[in-house]
Design a binder for this molecule. Structure first.
Ligand SMILES: Nc1nc2c(ncn2[C@@H]2O[C@H](COP(=O)(O)OP(=O)(O)O)[C@@H](O)[C@H]2O)c(=O)[nH]1
Ligand SMILES: [Mg+2]
Length: 452
């Protein structure tokens, strides 16, 4: 996430940390570099100025220069200021007055293509899974022919209630008639997927204002594309002025957005970021925590998010049993397959590594060693071509069995050999590590049995 910016700031901080003694000049140079990095990342210049002013005041004012570890102190100041720029505290989604049949209403607004429809489905799923609320989806984008269908399809795929909006009716009428539906369906939170435009225009704003009158929303969330950088900030300001926004959702943060939108939008608009869209799938939504994002940018990891995600997909008992097997060197190929599947559910190897302290940088070095998705697919294919008996005891794998597996998985015997060799090596290593007790403090299910 925001790799370029992250690299640059880290480079600067590393230089500072490398110096035993720090002079005022060192600090000023570092601050200059950070300023440049932020501007290059397309952060709004006013935001950069206030950020830099406060880092400077703290760094030169505090006892950083004489302190024992000036580099770390300085890093901490940068981290704190980043957190502040991103909003300080997390602000929760407001649906507290919701009751079955009398839902809290949340409008999703924004320009075309920013991710409103996708995000509506993501939020619905989030509300159901994390808050046990019954969500309802209401598409009112009648202008683009397939827009309503898109939301209906997403809803169907995820078994989410959706209002059967008729595109020949006006958005105002649709919202009005959804009241009865929401009551009958006992909806608790209604997510309204509104129409977008290429640019902010009066017609759209007046339609949205109408909708606000018909059913007062508890939230008006602007869905903004992080890839648009500062342009997203202008859009947010426009929407906020006309409608009053209660929150922001930044999407496509998984792409190569430079960070300008994320770092500018809160300060420039005063509106809190509430969620991040981190992928196209409906599960790719993260609650926004300023401090966690600051840590991620500074490669201090976001262990909290990682653990939260892990808790969703990992069964504690399973993990313990696996760890025990590992320590005894009894870990099987079948266990290994389960680990791969879990890893995938957690968002893949790279995404996990990005959340571990220091790993973002290390990943750069590891990139060639770490298995790309393709390699993992190959390994999966190999395992799937093994019988259960073989998976439980890979020692059975003689030449002819290996040949059969290679045939079945569309790989070469050398691939099968390589996998078995890696598997055995990592099994040995894991067993040693577990015995040394290193596995105990680790993350549930992490690093157990991954031969890379
Ligand atoms: N990579 C990525 N793509 C996203 C994200 N959110 C939405 N998209 C994609 O952006 C495109 C536009 O999304 P859509 O929901 O139709 O936007 P809308 O016009 O605002 O309703 C689609 O291809 C989505 O899959 C995200 O967080 N990450
Ligand atoms: Mg849409």
């Amino acid at each position: 996430m925001f790799d370029n910016l992250s690299d640059k700031i880290l480079g600067t901080l590393k230089k500072v940390r490398g110096q035993g003694r720090i002079s005022e000049k060192n600090i000023e140079d570092a601050i200059k570099e950070i300023r440049l990095s932020l501007l290059e990342a397309d952060v709004n210049f006013k935001v950069v100025k206030s950020f830099i002013d406060s880092v400077k005041a703290k760094a030169l004012g505090a006892d950083v220069i004489d302190s024992v570890s000036p580099g770390q102190q300085f890093t901490k100041i940068v981290q704190d200021e980043l957190t502040q720029v991103l909003g300080g505290e997390a602000v929760a989604l407001d649906f507290k007055n919701s009751q079955p049949g009398q839902p809290s209403v949340i409008f999703l607004v924004g320009l075309q293509g920013t991710g409103k429809t996708t995000t509506a489905a993501k939020l619905a799923l989030y509300l159901r899974q994390k808050h046990g609320k019954k969500p309802g989806l209401l598409p009112v984008d009648i202008y683009r022919p397939a827009a309503i269908e898109q939301l209906k399809t997403l809803a169907k795929q995820n078994n989410l209630p959706v209002f059967p909006s008729d595109p020949s009716r006006k958005p105002q009428e649709l919202l009005e008639s959804a009241k009865k539906w929401a009551k009958e369906e006992m909806i608790e939170v209604l997510l309204v997927d509104t129409a977008g435009r290429l640019q902010i225009d009066e017609e759209l704003m007046s339609e949205l204002k109408d909708l606000k009158q018909i059913w007062t929303p508890s939230e008006i969330l602007l869905v903004a594309d992080a890839m648009l950088g500062q342009q997203a900030v202008n859009v947010a300001e426009g929407f906020n002025k006309s409608l009053g926004l209660s929150g922001l959702i930044l999407t496509k943060v998984d792409g190569d957005a430079r960070g300008g939108a994320a770092l500018s939008i809160r300060q420039a608009t005063g509106v809190p970021i509430k969620f991040l869209g981190v992928g196209e799938k409906v599960g790719n939504l993260e609650v926004f925590h300023p401090d966690r994002l600051a840590s991620r940018i500074l490669d201090m990891g976001d262990v909290v998010t990682l653990v939260e995600r892990a808790q969703e997909v990992i069964d504690e008992k399973d993990a313990k049993a696996t760890a025990k097997k590992m320590a005894r060197n009894e870990f099987t190929v079948e266990d290994f397959l389960k680990q791969i599947q879990m890893m995938k559910k957690l968002g893949g190897f790279e995404s996990i590594m990005g959340m571990m302290p220091g790993m973002g940088q290390m990943m750069k070095g590891l990139k060639n060693m770490a298995p790309p998705e393709k390699e993992i697919k190959k390994i999966e294919a190999i395992i799937h071509s093994m019988t259960l008996k073989e998976r439980h005891n890979h020692k059975l794998l003689n030449g002819s069995r290996r040949k059969r597996i290679a045939m079945g998985s569309g790989t070469e015997v050398s691939d099968v050999n390589k996998f078995i060799r890696q598997f055995e090596e990592s099994r040995k290593m894991m067993s040693k590590l577990m015995k040394m007790g290193m596995g105990k403090g680790g993350f549930p299910g992490m690093g157990r049995g991954f031969p890379f």
